[in-house]
Design a protein around this ligand. Sequence first.
Ligand code: NAD
Length: 491
Amino acid sequence: MTANILPNYIDGAWRAAVALETLPVTNPATGEVLAHVPLSTAADVGLAASAAQAAFDGWRRTPATARIQFLFKLKRLLEDNMAELARTITLENGKTLEESRGELARAVENVEVACGIPMLMQGDYSEDIARGIDEYMIRQPVGVCATIAPFNFPGMIAFWYLPYALACGNTFILKPAERCPMTMQRVFELLHQLELPKGVVNLVNGGPVAVDAILDHPLVRAVTFVGSTAVARHVYARAAANGKRVQAQGGAKNPVVVLPDADLEMTTRIVADAAFGNAGQRCLAASLAITVGGVHSQFVEAIADAATNRVVGYGMDAGVEMGPVITAQSKTRIQGLMRLGTAEGARLLVDGSTAAVKGFANGSFMRPSVMDGLSPDGEIARAEIFGPVLGLIHVESVDAALEFINSGKYGNMACLFTASGASARKFRVEAQTGNIGINIGVAAPMAFFPFSGWKDSFFGDMHGQGKHAVEFFTQTKVVVERWPQEWTRKF
Ligand code: NAD
């Protein structure tokens, strides 16, 4: 074995996992093995949970104003190390450096929002709910909280939760994706520099075994998950059955609707970015464009051009607009879904399924693909592809587009391109998805808004980021107090 085995971070120190089994972490552009990730077991999770529990009482009693001082320092450390963190994301995930910097900017933004906790977690007070009786509500932390993350945003998704969990006074365990664990390894080196009390933050590397151990561990009080719908459903059910607070964000099939009055040049540029950016591996990737009325032929031509001209290559290299997909298996899966699409009657307008990049024979590269005329009743019009493939469907009205969108099982995002305020308003009111874009292709909420998936894209009540995260990471306590006037002492 040439590359190192990544350690876990538990109780303020790096330690080798108890688990002996490992997986290679590979650079998807070169095939090079970067490290080996341990597949931690219940024993590793147990160590992290015990450390986090032991740290909880001291941390929750640390004033919020003192807790956020660590976050101010973390913001500075993240910014100072931005270039290196971005390189790590690109190395293990394949996305371009610009995309890596973009996700880190959102990570920092979440730290900034969580610095407002002294105000965000304030309670409510009502005087004289009855004569001489007052009632108030305070927010207290929940306890040990855990986050389970996917591979596609190795630097950002942990930050939808980590800063809020800590700021609210919880202790925390992170289980990053086993395919991209190195970014969080580096982030935890930065967290170590903060000199937080031992056990406040913990990192457990691994896969499904570690996840199930988190879901079953009695000391873990709350779990957040981001990943595919099948696993989200499993996490939600198992954590809830064990009496935990849980939210689980799942997969998606995000439609963009193009109306005849849309600005075609701008729309094409934005839709191409939304479909092929991050190699289509975003939970907010536009994977279906629905054209309405006469715009179809013009849009088809323009988007086919944009797909053909996109620069594919190594994410580290200047000028590259799209990197590889995450693994060779992922490429094979995407190719299979494309074959299914053509079998269902779609026309492969641009076929990027077998692309190779010169000098990167071992990379899992694809080029953007466009499939026209997807069968609305077929599987491909409904299934998440999670690769650089845009399907096209044509309908005659906004109502028909909305009917199609609302009959789907996912509800992560829907976008509309138009110059009509009335069409935009109708779309915003009627589309059954939790994130809406109007002349926007990736409607990713800023850190002070919730990341609002609906339907099979989300299981739970409170979402990640902003005030939802504060609600999720606190439990309310209501106090009713009587202090009779006649007890007033005379001094
Ligand atoms: P994934 O579901 O395969 O893995 C996510 C996490 O779950 C990983 O940490 C993994 O170790 C763990 N896991 C995998 N299989 C498991 C099992 N059987 N039991 C228990 N744990 C298991 O997802 P992925 O491939 O890493 O990420 C891509 C998916 O994530 C896509 O479906 C994408 O849409 C979704 N995603 C959703 C959002 C959102 O906000 N809704 C954001 C990003 C990604």
